[in-house]
Design a protein around this ligand. Structure first.
Ligand code: IMP
Length: 428
């Protein structure tokens, strides 16, 4: 298997946690390489449900090294809560390692996220308000505080003081808000530093050593291709790179070390937050998909917007990420629908376009061109091989693969580990 990158091929929430968890079974190491606690992965093992925001889902196996790489932004309070909750459930966290170079989210990042969203009013992005954007902004502005700085008892107070001073000025003078108390934040974060210290190291060395030794490594993406800062529906995106290329930066390895890239997509499409979504269904079918698919955010609980599978998005994700395979999740959610649809292109002012446009103005005018397929009424949650699926479902999957331009390696027919159909040898 060597090195596999798992990314979201839509707007996030595609079920990457399930696919990663599945691959992790044969992996030696699982690496989370970007994003922060804006992400939420739900993994169901037997009858137990685990919701994780920062820690790679590989932690559920006792023998996998789990890495939080330098591309991740870390809210220490959230991470510590997650560690505590896992330990309480009898899951050992001894195999977790955190990059010294990852940036830290502070309370001023969350505050700025909130007030910025409020200021934008109708043009708000619909962020998770977890401080992700402001933390990455500080990283780019070269005023961020990294984990290694947080652990440095001599350097940290001055770094924090300078940041709190400038952020308080913005919060009070620009936004008429309250200022943060330096002493309180300092004390809290000194405590977090001590609790996290034992997990922190130069994770790039660990990952490169594992590559050298030919170990099996899964790089676990967060969010999705259309939320990418460069390639997503800008500005309605997250502030990092959910695309495959980011695995190298966020883990500290070179591009020559990546063996395979798998894009995860739902058998339909969802989106949380604002921004364009051409195949969105604002009708009973959309509501039915939301209900059947339990489409509510893991992190914020917000109802997800639902729509048909978008082949233009699929094709775009294949191109931007160089996908070797697609993994199609939640096929069972579509059972019972009389007709299922796939968007094959967009009609823009009378012309059909096949490539995802950069302009939101154009995208907002795009009307999906659909191909209709007869649905299936059978319960497919017990299907374990392709032949167990109704012929209509297989035809639907074939067309998704054809239009998107990548073979399908894995099909999800339920949330449990076992409810998976493998259609290619993912491990070789
Ligand atoms: P932020 O990442 O909190 O700044 O939010 C920016 C946009 O990305 C918003 O539309 C969020 O709803 C969306 N977003 C962030 N993380 C996720 C995720 O894990 N799944 C789906 N959408 C996400």
């Amino acid at each position: 298997m060597s090195t596999v990158v798992v990314i979201g091929a839509q707007w996030g929430d595609e079920g990457k946690g399930k696919v990663t968890d599945f691959l992790a079974e044969k992996a030696d190491m699982v690496v989370r390489y970007m994003g922060g606690n804006n992400a939420g992965h739900t993994v169901v093992v037997e009858d137990r449900e685990f919701k994780m925001h920062l820690i790679p889902s590989g932690i559920l196996y006792p023998d996998k090294m789990c890495i939080i790489g330098s591309g991740v932004v870390i809210d220490p309070a959230v991470l510590l809560k997650e560690l505590e909750s896992l330990e309480k459930q009898g899951i050992s966290t001894a195999n977790l390692r955190i990059s010294q170079r990852a940036h830290v989210i502070f309370p001023y990042h969350q505050k700025l996220d909130q007030v910025e969203e409020e200021r934008k009013g109708n043009n708000k992005i619909g962020t998770t308000c977890r401080g992700i954007g402001p933390a990455y902004t500080d990283k780019s502005a070269r005023v961020g505080i990294r984990v290694i700085d947080l652990l440095d008892a001599e350097e940290f107070p001055a770094l924090l003081e300078a940041n709190i001073k400038s952020k308080n000025q913005i919060l009070t003078e620009v936004y008429n808000g309250k200022s943060l108390d330096y002493g309180e934040v300092l004390n809290n974060f000194k405590g977090y530093a001590e609790a996290l210290r034992k997990y922190v190291c130069d994770t790039s060395i660990l990952v490169n050593d594992a590559v050298q030794q030919g170990q099996n490594i899964v790089f676990e993406g967060a969010q999705g291709t259309l939320l990418d800062l460069d390639h997503g529906t800008y500005p309605y995106v997250t502030s990092s790179h959910p695309t495959a290329a980011a695995a190298c930066l966020g883990a500290g390895i070179g591009p020559t070390r990546i063996g395979r890239v798998i894009g995860v997509a739902k058998a339909y499409t969802t989106r949380v937050g604002e921004g364009p979504f051409p195949t969105e269904l604002n009708d009973d079918t959309g509501a039915l998909i939301r209900k059947q698919g339990g489409e509510y955010g893991t992190t914020t609980g917000r109802p997800r917007r639902c729509g048909w599978y978008d082949g233009v998005v699929g094709r775009y994700a294949v191109r931007i990420n160089g996908l070797d395979y697609l993994a199609i999740t939640k096929l069972d959610v579509l059972s019972g629908l009389e007709t299922v649809r796939i968007c094959t292109g967009y009609n823009y002012r009378g012309e059909v376009i096949n490539e995802f446009p950069a302009s939101l103005k154009v995208l907002n005018e795009c009307v999906p061109v659909y191909e209709d397929f007869p649905g299936w009424s059978e319960d497919i949650t017990k299907a374990r091989k392709l032949e167990d699926l109704p012929v209509q479902a297989r035809r639907y999957l074939d067309r998704i693969s054809e239009i998107s331009g990548a073979p399908i390696a894995l099909i999800g027919v339920g949330s449990r580990r076992a409810q998976t159909i493998l259609t290619a040898d993912l491990y070789n």
